[in-house]
Design a protein around this ligand. Structure first.
Ligand code: ADP
Ligand code: MG
Length: 698
């Protein structure tokens, strides 16, 4: 049995392999492309392609694919084999630089939101050399960006790379102002904590709602849920442990730094966290992780549910996006430094994030908006749909002191001026945690907690990188060329704190009174649903910011808004249709069968003894009949509501109709069904219950 160090990254064409298989000259040019984004010469590309192919073939690969992330949230791949016929009737394995650099998948089946007119139904994929190629099964996967002819991005990687570039550019300007000339590159990093549910395949197969929609659409509350907290603290069950072990191995082979795993709050819920890495790679790795999680589950007779809310009334699953920015010289720009000098720079970056989160609350909300995550945000285990920030007591005190020009701790008033040599030294404060904050400072990084478990982390980080780049740009524009840098810096930090204080909230984010305060007193945005927030992607201020940094074109934003709303509508319509189908063909017939048998029992008993009252049976049949009547009515209403969606003039209108009408009717259909479940003998009920599913993995 080989050790982890032997097989870690064994399926990745990483730096070690490149060094070993490429000539020094080719390796040097490729490195330059990776690190500085210089264009790759075709002769170099040919050499890299040949080395990649030989390496992959030696590991059993027969095919290659350009692996990319279309706007639907999953990853896409089209496999081509390496084989080329040779004149003697055999084949040789070939792969050219041209094939490595550019691919042309049939793009017509991927959503483009109107970006790609039908006459040019093609798109192309372009190699992203900053993310290593890897082998999955028998296929060499080449991470790529996906664009339409005309260069509009049709994927999530392209704008992510652009946003990283924007952040790099503006952060470098700031660093230069602080006299830092040696840093060449600033990069954002992410460590996403991934939550998921594990249930048995046997249970899953019996639930059409899970199979078609990823979540249960019916199900009465189980007698035991998460009340006891025994799952979180409990030992990991052997079957789950075996799953996690194999999952780790698979991820490690792919060079993914899976680090921690533990049970979560809800029964059957778990979490996996990797060690953080560059945003771009973290995004690719998280997509791969979600895929491998599901694949490995299959091998263990299990199903991994990545839906944000698979079970009503039970904690949902999120994804915590731990985000920081660092220099190529290894300095974390969100880490309070050891010296006052570093602290002044730290405070400026901190302020840039505060300003960004306040100015672009809406974009952060939009970046996590899906039909699935709407169930979670605002429910009482997840952060609310209102964005706010938590900084911790010590930082708050520092900011307050700067804002009001008052002493902080033992520092006298005059020293509070943010001159580089007089700023107080403060230590990072990691003890003080607030788990209810959507956006929390945790010592040297921010943890954005609104992401849903199935979300790609690309969108959140695109918005975060871009919004922070915008703050930094405003700062740099102001500070470059001022005579008295220290005074200007101090003033700017003070102004930021004053202007954006409203976004900082250190109390309980789950409290109903907070939502009221946030929206009424502080004027923070509360877009409760995807239908509410998504159209604001196109608000002028958002379009201006994102286009000015070259992250999106206006056409790209329009197409994204359209696609996200289409996704929202389709998801919910599929759920509604699944509900109708289950209610009509499974639930109502089951109740009828049970009623008939109960009624027959009463008749039989009366035949035996006319004096028997049979009030139990009579009452039960009465109750169940009333419920089936209600089910029939609700099914009818829901069907009508779905038909009426045809009348919507556009996708914004359709999404509003779904939010205002369809969702409510789905809730109304669920109630009598769930009630009937609690009254119907278990052997009649046509599907496993919540208790069966949640406690299915022994
Ligand atoms: P928890 O939030 O559960 O207390 P940690 O703080 O240890 O756990 O880390 C959670 C995640 O944050 C991990 O994926 C970790 O790699 C990541 N992380 C730690 N430091 C940074 C950083 N500077 N930048 C980005 N992510 C980080
Ligand atoms: Mg965390």
């Amino acid at each position: 049995m080989s050790t982890v160090t032997d097989y870690f990254g064994s399926l990745v064409f990483d730096d070690r392999v490149m060094k070993a298989t490429l000539s020094a000259k080719v390796y040097g040019s490729l490195k330059k492309t990776i690190e500085q984004g210089t264009e790759l010469d075709i002769s170099v590309a040919n050499a890299v392609a040949a080395a990649m192919k030989d390496w992959a073939v030696a590991k059993g690969a027969t095919h290659y694919t350009h692996w990319f992330q279309p706007l639907t949230g999953i990853t896409a791949e089209k496999h081509d084999s390496f084989i080329t016929p040779s004149p003697d009737g055999g084949v040789i394995m070939e792969f050219s630089g041209k094939e490595l650099i550019k691919g042309e998948p049939d793009a017509s089946s991927f959503p483009s939101g109107g970006l790609r007119a039908t006459f040019e139904a093609r798109g192309y994929t372009a190699w992203d050399p900053t993310s290593y190629a890897f082998i999955k099964g028998k296929t060499l996967c080449i991470p790529t960006a996906f664009c339409a002819y005309g260069a509009q991005a049709l994927d999530k990687k392209t704008p992510l790379l652009r946003s990283m570039e924007a952040l790099n550019k503006q952060a470098l300007r700031i660093l230069r102002l602080f006299g830092n000339e040696s840093v060449k590159r600033v990069t954002s990093s992410v460590g996403p904590e991934q939550e998921y549910f594990l249930i048995t395949k046997e249970m899953y197969d019996q639930r059409p709602d899970l199979r078609f929609t990823g979540r249960t659409l019916f199900g009465a509350k189980p007698p035991k849920g998460q009340e006891m907290d025994d799952h979180y603290f409990g030992v990991i069950k052997p079957r789950v442990a075996a799953y996690m072990e194999e999952l780790n191995e698979e991820l490690w082979k792919l060079g993914i730094l899976a680090k921690t795993e533990h049970n979560e709050v809800a029964p059957a819920q778990h979490e996996l966290a990797p060690i953080y890495t560059t945003t771009n790679i973290a995004t690719d790795h998280n997509q791969l992780t979600m895929e491998i999680m599901q694949k490995v589950a299959g091998k263990h007779g299990l199903v991994c549910l990545l839906h944000e809310k698979p079970f009503a009334g039970v904690n949902g699953s999120g994804k915590h996006n731990n985000w920081s920015i660092a220099t190529d010289t290894g300095q974390n720009l969100l880490s309070p430094g050891a010296t006052p000098y570093e602290n002044a720079q730290f405070l400026l970056f901190l302020c840039a994030v505060i300003k960004a989160v306040d100015d672009y609350q809406d974009l952060l909300r939009i970046s996590v908006a899906t039909a699935g995550n709407d169930h979670r945000l605002g429910a009482n285990e997840a952060p609310p749909a209102v964005v706010s920030m938590f900084l911790g007591d010590e930082l708050n005190a520092v900011l307050e002191a700067i804002k009001t020009d008052t002493p902080y701790k033992d520092i006298v008033k005059t020293q509070m001026k943010l001159g580089v040599d007089v700023l107080p030294k403060f230590n990072r404060d990691t003890t003080d945690r607030n788990r209810t904050s959507p956006f929390a400072f945790t010592g040297n990084k921010f943890e954005f907690r609104m992401l849903g478990s199935s979300n790609s982390i690309a969108c959140a980080n695109i918005m975060l990188n871009s919004a922070v780049a915008e703050s930094l740009k405003i700062y740099a524009d102001r500070l470059e060329g001022v005579e008295d840098f220290e005074t200007a810096l101090h003033e700017m930090i003070r102004k930021t704190i004053k202007d954006h204080k409203r976004i900082i909230f250190n109390g309980n984010g789950y409290d109903e009174s907070w939502i009221q305060e946030a929206t009424e007193k502080r004027g923070l945005i509360n877009y409760r649903t995807t239908a509410d927030c998504m159209p604001h992607l196109l608000d002028q201020k958002n379009v201006d910011m994102l286009t000015s940094h070259g992250v999106f074109t206006e056409a790209e934003l329009e197409s994204r808004c359209e696609i996200m709303l289409e996704n929202y509508c389709k998801t919910i319509v599929i759920e509604a249709n699944t509900m109708i189908d289950m209610a009509k063909t499974q639930i109502a017939p089951a109740i009828e069968a049970y009623c008939a048998d109960v009624a027959k029992a009463a008749t039989t008993k009366k035949e035996l003894d006319r004096a028997l009252a049979c009030s139990y049976e009579t009452e039960l049949v009465r109750k169940l009949s009333a419920l089936t009547d209600r089910i029939a009515i609700q099914v009818e209403e829901l069907e009508q509501a779905i038909i009426s969606l045809n009348r919507a003039e556009n996708i914004i209108e359709e999404s509003a109709m779904i939010r205002d009408k369809v969702l409510g009717l789905m809730g109304k259909l669920r109630i009598p069904c769930d009630e009937a479940e609690t009254l119907t003998a278990k052997r009649y009920w046509p599907m496993p219950t919540y208790a069966d599913i949640l406690f299915s993995v022994k």
